[in-house]
Design a protein around this ligand. Sequence first.
Ligand SMILES: [Zn+2]
Length: 40
Amino acid sequence: MGTLICQTCDTTIEHFEVNKVTTLYANCPECKRKRKNLKK
Ligand SMILES: [Zn+2]
């Protein structure tokens, strides 16, 4: 099983089906929005 984790707040965004244990990092919608707001 694969897990998609937010690299900013460590929240599990989603699980997905894969043959081996995999962890991917991304940003959850909440953090994406915050990062966008921080950008000037
Ligand atoms: Zn997040």
